[in-house]
Design a protein around this ligand. Structure first.
Ligand SMILES: C[S@@+](CC[C@H](N)C(=O)[O-])C[C@H]1O[C@@H](n2cnc3c(N)ncnc32)[C@H](O)[C@@H]1O
Length: 275
């Protein structure tokens, strides 16, 4: 039987040994989960900047829970107005890399987001990007509550994660999944076992999260990015007007942030500590 401790150990080992190893200058193995093509750059950059709208622009300490190595330059913006960015991660390799990036601006703490070793009301803002989905199911709500506990009164945190099979993803990914299934069948016939392994991921949906979390704190679910990397790579191409397509999508997301937050791929879960 796999215990919660085993799951976390596997995740930590994955990031120490694989995810946060550099594959080229400043690019980590983990970046294969992102669309780094020029055609998607502006859209992805604009989505990153959405996070800053919901945390205080300045303060003493900003918590980055599951910081990784702070792998994209856009991430540096979140703590620009803060005295220190406190990077907490279960991967020591993540923290070593984060320290290379921000040096004296950071504190680096090996910690589990579901049992944060910080006193209550320590942070004037917090972010946690793509981290909670790595936790065993029982630890998801405790992790949100830990981040909430450590916020100062009146401040807020943004947690970005993916949903499990959201409506927009189900529609756009259906043809891709069928094609993948055929490819896999062909590979299996050729006994090709080339698939690369990732690590443990568990995702939920917006209704579940609102019900579970809403009893403890005010929660707002807004769009971060409504389409997955798989959808981007399949449908968005420079020669087919990809940039314009993404501009239209971005303005729709801006107009209907709660719709795209609920039914799109990646929401921003904004939590607040009431005064
Ligand atoms: C997908 S990466 C995201 C990193 C970074 N936030 C980003 O968006 O690039 C997930 C990170 O969460 C960390 N992590 C996984 N489980 C964790 C836990 N229980 N507590 C703290 N960090 C955790 C991993 O070590 C990894 O660095």
């Amino acid at each position: 039987m796999t215990t919660n401790t085993d799951t976390k150990r596997h995740v930590r080992e994955f990031y120490d040994q694989v995810g946060w190893q550099q594959v080229s200058d400043g690019v980590y193995q983990n970046a294969r989960y992102e669309d780094l093509r020029p055609v998607a750059r502006d859209y992805i950059q604009s989505c990153h900047t959405r996070v800053s709208r919901h945390i205080a622009p300045k303060g003493r300490y900003l918590l980055d829970a599951g910081s990784g190595p702070i792998q994209y330059p856009a991430y540096l913006e979140y703590s620009k107005g803060y005295d220190k960015r406190v990077c907490a991660d279960i991967s020591i390799q993540a923290l070593r890399e984060a320290r290379k990036r921000i040096g004296e601006h950071g504190f680096f703490v090996v910690a589990d987001i579901s049992q944060l070793p910080f006193k209550s009301e320590a942070f004037d803002g917090a972010v946690s990007l793509h981290t909670i989905h790595h936790l065993p199911p029982d630890d998801h709500i405790p992790a949100y509550r830990q981040v909430h506990r450590t916020l100062t009164n009146g401040s807020s945190a943004v947690l970005v994660n993916g949903w499990h099979m959201p409506l927009i993803g189900r529609i756009l990914e259906a043809p891709i999944r069928v094609r993948k299934w055929f490819r896999q069948m062909r590979k299996r016939r050729r006994k090709d076992k080339g698939a690369r392994e990732g690590t443990f991921v568990r995702k939920y949906n917006a209704t579940w999260l609102k019900n579970e979390l809403g009893q403890y704190m005010p929660v707002d679910i807004l769009v971060w990015r409504s389409i997955s990397v798989m959808v981007l790579r399949t449908y968005v191409h420079a020669r087919l007007g990809g940039r314009a397509l993404l501009r239209v999508l971005y303005s729709l997301e801006e107009r209907f942030p709660r719709f795209f937050g609920k039914y799109g791929q990646y929401p921003m879960v904004v939590i607040r500590k009431e005064e």
